[in-house]
Ligand binder design. Structure first.
Ligand code: ADP
Length: 382
């Protein structure tokens, strides 16, 4: 079974602080899964390297003991020390001292073999936060499931997971069997999120190897079963997670979500370049918050409708469709009820369901094209 996060947090908080007393709230975050423990700790400004390492080793000792007491051996235990900005200043790994440094490469699972029952893996990314990336990921997953596909949804946004809210997972507990995460089956979709493995209101600070490890645990140590599509909601921007993903998974491609404004386009084209550098095909661009439909039924162009579509054209990327600004979409997201977005009576009319279904259909076509491209037979004439 292993110790729960609360039990590990309690053990960590009781470890002595170098300035006296216990670490208490200096324990910023703890995550544990299947014998891998990661803790993020702030000792304040006064502690030096020697004190950090002594505290790290004591923490590792106590966390390993707590885990063992609950029947789980520990493979790796990483303690990261952060400053008040959340930057990692030092790291102690399983009793071995390491200086904080650039992210190290974690050996990646062999591509293609990592998720054997999954046919198509699609990442949903965005150049910046708040453009509706998670909303698109959730609704694409639900839309594909409504068309009869077996769909998984992975909340790869390990820094700010939205799925617990958007899928209404708050009252549900994460289950694991023999160290493997059992996805939640909700709204016709199998879902896993870091948000159900960590305390909801704690800042999630992952750097370098921790981010690699956290992402790999969520993908490879989940019992996905057979899936037609696995949708991965990436963190915004161009950080550690897309790199880990591209190293460890064989993707059908990525979807880029962008709002119409110029500043959003600039960030989205950076995301497109990142995917190109990582060797991940871009399946298409979704223009979110494209326009607003008022109560009078008129369409209002708030942000420069068509901007993301033009950007897609400029970059030679397929365009998957536009999603309007829609109050029901936000409300159904906040209440964890995404299926309602596909029901005109709960979606403020026909336009939202039509837009979402259009994006899903375009995406299916692009995946089919990408798959054909990859498995296209070559004809040799002699
Ligand atoms: P991101 O993942 O890019 O940070 P989210 O998907 O979390 O963005 O969306 C941010 C907020 O905007 C959420 O409250 C979501 O419900 C809302 N939202 C996203 N797209 C729309 C839309 N088209 N109309 C109305 N609200 C939207």
């Amino acid at each position: 079974m292993g110790a729960t996060k609360d039990q590990l947090t309690q053990a960590a908080r009781a470890v002595p602080h170098p300035d006296g007393g216990a670490l208490g709230d200096g324990v910023v975050n703890i995550a544990a899964c299947d014998g891998v423990i990661s803790a993020c700790v702030s000792l304040g400004e006064t502690a030096g390297q020697k004190q950090r390492h002594a505290t790290g080793e004591r923490l590792i000792h106590d966390l390993i003991n707590t885990s063992r007491e609950h029947g789980q051996d520990v493979e790796t235990c990483t303690i990261e020390f952060v400053d008040h900005d959340g930057d990692v200043i030092d790291r102690v790994v399983a009793g071995k001292k390491e200086q904080a440094g650039p992210p190290q490469d974690v050996p990646a699972a062999p591509k293609g073999d990592s998720l054997p029952g999954v046919k198509h893996i699609i990442a949903v990314g965005a150049g910046k936060g708040g453009v509706g990336k998670s909303t698109v990921a959730v609704n694409v997953a639900v839309g594909l499931a409504r068309k009869g596909h077996a769909v998984g949804l992975l909340d790869g946004d390990i820094y700010g997971p939205s799925l617990p809210t958007m899928l209404g997972l708050d009252a549900l507990d994460q289950q694991a069997i023999e160290g493997r995460l059992q996805p939640f089956y909700v709204h016709g979709v199998k879902a896993v999120t870091m948000g159900k493995l960590v305390e909801p209101d704690k800042p999630l600070i992952w750097r370098g190897p921790m981010a690699h490890g956290a992402f790999n645990q969520l993908t490879a140590r989940t019992d996905w079963g057979e899936l037609d599509y696995l949708i991965i909601d990436l963190p915004p921007g161009t950080g550690d997670v897309p790199l880990t993903m591209a190293q460890s998974l064989s993707l059908a491609g990525a979807v880029i979500v962008c709002t119409p404004q110029k500043v959003a386009q600039d960030d989205a084209s950076r995301a497109a370049k990142m995917f190109a550098q990582l060797g991940v095909d871009v399946l298409g661009v979704v223009e979110n918050m494209s326009f607003f439909i008022g109560d009078d039924g008129k369409e209002y162009d708030l942000f420069g409708r068509g901007g993301a579509q033009k950007m897609a054209q400029r970059l030679g990327l397929p365009f998957l469709g536009s999603i309007p600004i829609n109050t029901a979409l936000r409300q159904n997201g906040d209440s964890g009820d995404p299926v309602k977005n596909f029901e005109p009576e709960h979606a403020g009319g026909e336009s939202l369901p039509r837009a979402l279904e259009g994006v899903v259909t375009q995406l299916e076509s692009q995946v089919a094209l990408a798959t054909m491209g990859k498995s296209r037979p070559t004809l040799s004439i002699s």
